[in-house]
Design a binder for this molecule. Structure first.
Ligand SMILES: Nc1ncnc2c1ncn2[C@@H]1O[C@H](COP(=O)(O)OP(=O)(O)O)[C@@H](O)[C@H]1O
Ligand SMILES: [Mg+2]
Length: 227
């Protein structure tokens, strides 16, 4: 469970997130949808303890990320533009993370299998396609077997087959009772991946919509009436 309450953050005169309140329940894939600059990444970074809010709280299972014991076993995150050492293999990248986090090495093979990247595990990341990098980023997030998964624009740069795979993966993952929050600025992507969609515009929550055939109309109406 993720609980965001009255969260606000400004950068100078730019109000990135403004009095934002929402909850993300386990067992479903929750989409976080809004135009570029709506404050999605800033919100996710506050949830993950990477940006300090000006006001409000972001809690994971009732605790601030920065107060979590062994956070990698509680929350997995895939942020935008994850950088990998290009000369390392995917497997070595994951082994390095395991070592740093005190996670047993056997998780490397498990997560590589889970994201369907085992065949490329011993190739250098510099030669990976964008879709393979996204899978490696997801594998990194899964190492600690966390109950909460936060993904910032994970479908960026994926081809339709990759998006289809991601959708199936996230659905299956949520069905085991985990919490999945996935951001996107693209409605069609999220309508494929999410069960419910939180709509943000100019740092505010403007609608909570079920993903379905009416999502596009309702989204456009919500965005327009918020301005
Ligand atoms: N570190 C930062 N410094 C200054 N402005 C920022 C910073 N991070 C985000 N912003 C601004 O905050 C607003 C929201 O950005 P962001 O959270 O990245 O939106 P989104 O992810 O929805 O595209 C934008 O106007 C952006 O330019
Ligand atoms: Mg963003």
């Amino acid at each position: 469970m993720i609980s965001v309450t009255a969260l606000s953050k400004s950068f100078g005169s730019v109000r990135a997130v403004h009095d934002l309140t929402f909850e993300v329940a386990p067992g479903t894939v929750t989409g976080f949808l809004g135009p570029n600059g709506a404050g999605k990444t800033t919100t996710l970074r506050m949830i993950l303890g990477l940006v300090r809010p000006d006001a409000g709280t972001a809690l994971i299972g009732g605790t601030r990320y920065t107060d979590l014991e062994s956070p990698v076993t509680k929350v997995g995150a895939v942020l935008e533009s994850t950088a990998f050492h290009p000369g390392r293999t995917g497997r070595l990248h994951l082994e390095t993370l395991c070592l740093a986090a005190g996670i047993p090495d056997r998780r490397v093979g498990e997560v590589l299998t889970e994201v369907d990247l085992l065949a490329a595990a011993d190739r250098r990341v510099g030669g990976y396609s964008l879709g393979m990098r996204q899978r490696l980023a997801l594998a990194s997030a899964l190492l600690g077997d966390p109950a909460v998964l936060v993904l910032d624009e994970p479908a960026n740069g994926l081809d339709p087959e990759g998006i289809h795979w991601l959708r199936g993966y996230l659905r299956a993952h949520a069905t085991t009772g985990r919490t999945v929050l996935v951001s996107s600025h693209t409605l069609t992507e999220l309508s494929l991946m999410a069960d419910d969609v939180l709509v943000v515009s100019e740092g505010r929550l403007v609608a909570e919509l079920p993903a379905g055939p009416d999502l596009e109309d309702e989204y456009l109406t919500a965005i327009r009436s918020s301005r």
